[in-house]
Design a protein around this ligand. Structure first.
Ligand SMILES: *Cc1c(COP(=O)(O)O)cnc(C)c1O
Length: 443
């Protein structure tokens, strides 16, 4: 397994993260356990901010796409590092507000924002809405007007670019549930309409062309298309001041992944905007909104090995105490992960096994064919790169309680999300009167 961030192998031959021995962490907090390397999270945010600062021709802003991993403590880190925050639901918004995150640095994404969500977000004083469709545009202006406010907006555009990635996570192609279609003129029409509305203020354009992107070309192509739309808008008398080019910066889940350096992507984005926006009286401010590139590599999940089963002549299954409930991505996208035995990290690999989850689904496999030392019951398996879209997609399938999340930093380990209890799992269940067990009265 590739060792990201502060991960290393200590003198006991154990995996250590943030100065904490993961075997000790497993003992202290139980498994499955999400371990987040706080220093690495901060370091990743700083690398985006620094790369953006170095592009001195432009004003850049970096937002964290909170859907990748959103908790109260995470919002504190995002605020401390000076990033903006993008949210896609009232739940993500409330998390940020409850953490004291400044509302004016929040903006709201999503293809089906409810009236209630819009009301709450305007009342809280968030910075911007990224408007996804005509129905939302109309609803937003109504709500803003009824509250006597003006909502600042970006329009989400579907630019018709396919980033080279698994089709389920492509969002930039024309046939998309997200955004105003560019090719058919919808996007321009939305800009034109919004300029006539009282409750909204059109400030810019947004696109997000996919995730796990490994080449700058996807961004440069999209920016070219967005620039033509911006030019059309400027000619019509409504120049844009913000161009948000989305997130999707690829990370290294496994050896097959070759992510670009942050500096390289940011530079390519800046150069392309400079070239494509020559027409503009003022260059727009550029926004980027990485999610997984901030938290993905900083997360590691610890599991305890349970049963080991050999299918003669076929394969050996090693089952762990979690699975698709804490990491849905292998089942959802055939995502690849690497792992090691945290308690015997220096031992040589002697066998190829497949890591199974404990859920009642044949598709609940975390890793196919991984080389490990001979695995025994009770070993601690560490799966790397689980910081993004793991905790945030976790479920209670099979009524498994969701794992705890801890932040580790310089030898300290702190719980940022408590492990769910079995009481939590049944806490919202109700038994209707007619189904309640009859108590036979003695009288
Ligand atoms: C999911 C998403 C992101 C973040 O994507 P990553 O692959 O995690 O960087 C950014 N912007 C929008 C609109 C998204 O939907």
């Amino acid at each position: 397994m590739y060792l990201h961030g502060t991960s290393r192998i200590n003198r006991q031959g154990h995996l250590e993260i943030g100065g904490c021995d993961t075997v000790e962490l497993a003992k202290r907090f139980g498994t499955p356990l999400y371990v987040m390397d706080e220093e690495m999270i901060r370091e990743r945010m700083r690398s985006f901010v620094k790369a953006c600062r170095e592009q001195t021709d432009f004003a850049f802003r970096v937002a964290y796409a909170s859907k990748a991993f959103n908790t109260l403590a995470m919002c504190r880190v995002v605020e401390e590092e000076g990033l903006m925050l993008d949210v896609v639901s009232e739940g993500e918004l409330v998390t940020a507000l409850a953490a004291g995150f400044p509302a004016e640095r929040i903006y709201f994404h999503g293809n089906n924002k409810s009236k209630g969500e819009i009301k709450r977000a305007i009342s809280a004083g968030i910075g911007w809405f990224v408007v996804d469709n005509f129905v939302e545009l109309e609803l937003l202006q109504q709500v803003a007007n009824s509250l006597g406010q003006v909502a600042r907006i970006l329009l989400r555009v579907s630019p018709g670019i396919e980033a080279h990635t698994h089709s389920y996570i492509q969002t930039g192609q024309e046939d998309s549930k997200f955004g105003f279609d560019l090719a058919s003129g919808q996007a321009f029409e939305a800009a034109r309409l919004s300029k006539k509305m009282k409750g909204v203020q059109f400030e810019g354009l947004h696109c997000h062309i996919g995730s796990q992107i490994f080449e700058t070309e996807a961004f440069t192509l999209a920016i070219g298309k967005m620039a033509r739309l911006a030019e059309q808008c400027e000619q019509a008398g409504y120049p844009i001041s913000i161009l948000n080019v989305g997130g999707g910066f690829g990370i290294r889940y496994s050896a097959d992944d070759k992510p670009l350096a942050v500096e390289e992507v940011i530079q390519a984005i800046a150069e392309t905007v400079k070239r494509e926006f020559r027409f503009a009286a003022h260059q727009p401010e550029i926004w980027v909104e990485p999610g997984r590139a901030v938290v993905g590599e900083a997360g590691t999940t610890l599991y305890t090995v349970g049963t080991v089963k050999k299918v003669p002549g076929i394969r050996k299954y090693v089952a762990v105490d979690g699975g698709m409930t804490d990491n849905l991505r292998p089942a959802l996208y055939q995502a690849k992960y690497e792992a090691l035995l945290a308690n015997r990290a220096t031992e040589t690999e002697t066998e190829v096994v497949s890591i199974a989850g404990k859920c009642c689904e044949s598709g609940d496999m975390l890793i196919w064919d991984i080389a490990l030392p001979k695995v025994k019951q009770g070993d601690i398996l560490a799966v790397g790169c689980t910081g993004a879209y793991n905790y945030s997609m976790a479920s209670n399938y099979n009524r498994l309680p969701r794992p705890a999340v801890i932040f580790v930093n310089k030898g300290e380990a702190d719980i940022v999300v408590e492990r769910e209890t079995l009481e939590d799992v049944i806490a919202h269940d109700r038994i209707p009167m007619r189904l309640q067990k009859q108590m036979v009265s003695e009288a």
